[in-house]
Design a protein around this ligand. Structure first.
Ligand SMILES: Cc1ncc(C[n+]2csc(CCOP(=O)(O)OP(=O)(O)O)c2C)c(N)n1
Ligand SMILES: [Mg+2]
Length: 337
């Protein structure tokens, strides 16, 4: 059901100086190690409810978020742990949120799918497929009306392109020339449904381009390519050129969520995509270019793992919101400032 053949692994030149190249690898490792630990904690029932891992797709968040600025808005879907972390949310507040503790970034009320941080302009974590798209367009409309020089980056899965919300959001963004960068993470599956089983048009760029906005396909497993494409598109959107769309082709290495026997895809397909894994291919490129030694890799990885353990300790030591607070923040007083 996969409409594409698996391309060869990314192997082009890395255009960054050593410090930046290694910082990008550290970003990738932080996301990967944090999520591997989350999977373990889920098995121990420390984390409950839904948990959608981004493992395999990290190059998108790592490449894209480095190309954005602090004043930009970021909207993501429910597979958003990596986006939240690389937007600058402290790992410990993410982990506390996973646990449902009140020290979490959403005060323990959101959990894995609803990471949120207003100060960092990270507007979710949205559990509804396609739900983030109208929010992103609304944020961009507000910025346009206030003449605030910022763009809104909206991450969503290819499954969202089958939703009416996608079409309504992209239509208005294009019509009103809103500063939105639509970033479609095409991992070929929407839960257990392969793209070609649900979409008459599997050329996602053609679909987006029908609204009259520029649309490009990018190798979402290549952090260098993602960064370059997002940087170029973001500059053009920021300059007032109207919205743009990027299809970032990727693959999820784990199940859709923690309840998924994965009967809809072959193990061989998963293994073939793993040869394009965003971390080991990037690591090999850095080593081949003399930008990284094995000792440096191990040190970066150890740092990431230590950060994860510190975050787990923080979440463990966190506290539950008292039942007496349950009605707080349920409604906003009419007289709110
Ligand atoms: C409106 C809506 N319909 C259905 C669901 C159930 N659901 C949760 S995830 C998902 C698949 C979405 O796939 P995609 O957008 O490709 O994102 P991915 O999980 O691949 O990252 C579905 C159908 C939902 N959350 N919201
Ligand atoms: Mg998908």
């Amino acid at each position: 059901m996969n409409p594409y053949s698996v391309p060869s692994p990314p192997n082009g030149p890395v255009p960054w100086r050593k410090e930046v190249a290694q910082a990008v690898l550290h970003d990738l490792l932080r996301v990967r190690r944090m999520e591997e630990r989350c999977a373990q904690l889920y098995g121990e029932q420390k984390i409950r409810g839904f948990l959608h891992l981004y493992i395999g797709e990290e190059a998108i968040a790592a490449g894209a978020l480095r190309a954005l600025q602090a004043e930009d808005n970021v909207v993501a879907a429910y597979r958003e742990h990596g986006h939240a972390l690389l937007r600058g949310l402290p790992m410990q507040t993410i982990m506390a949120e996973m646990y449902g503790k009140q020290e979490g970034c959403s005060h323990g009320r959101g959990g894995s799918m609803h990471l949120f941080d207003r100060a960092r302009r990270f507007f979710g974590g949205n559990a509804i497929v396609g739900g983030g798209l109208p929010l992103a367009v609304g944020l961009a409309l507000a910025d346009q009306m206030r003449q605030r020089p910022a763009i809104t980056a909206c991450f969503f899965g290819e499954g969202a392109m089958a939703e009416g919300a996608f079409h309504e959001a992209v239509n208005l963004a294009a019509l009103w020339k809103l500063p939105v960068l639509f970033l479609c993470e095409n991992n070929l599956y929407a839960m257990g449904t392969a793209l070609a089983r649900s979409e008459a048009q599997t050329d996602l760029c053609a679909k987006a381009a029908s609204y009259g906005l520029p649309a490009l396909t990018v190798d979402g497993m290549d952090v260098v390519a993602v960064h370059a494409a997002v940087q170029t598109a973001a500059q053009q959107v920021r300059a007032g050129g109207g919205p743009q769309y990027l299809e970032l082709r990727t693959y999820r290495f784990r199940a859709h969520s923690m309840f998924d026997p994965e009967l809809y895809r072959d193990k061989a397909e998963v293994e073939a995509w793993k040869t394009r894994g965003p971390i080991h291919t990037y690591t090999a490129r850095l080593k081949a270019q003399g930008l990284l030694t094995e000792e440096e890799f191990l040190a970066l990885d150890a740092r990431a793992q230590a950060e994860v353990e510190q975050a787990v300790a923080y979440a463990e030591a966190g506290t539950w919101e008292p039942a007496s607070d349950l009605l707080r923040d349920v409604t906003t007083p009419e007289t709110a400032p």
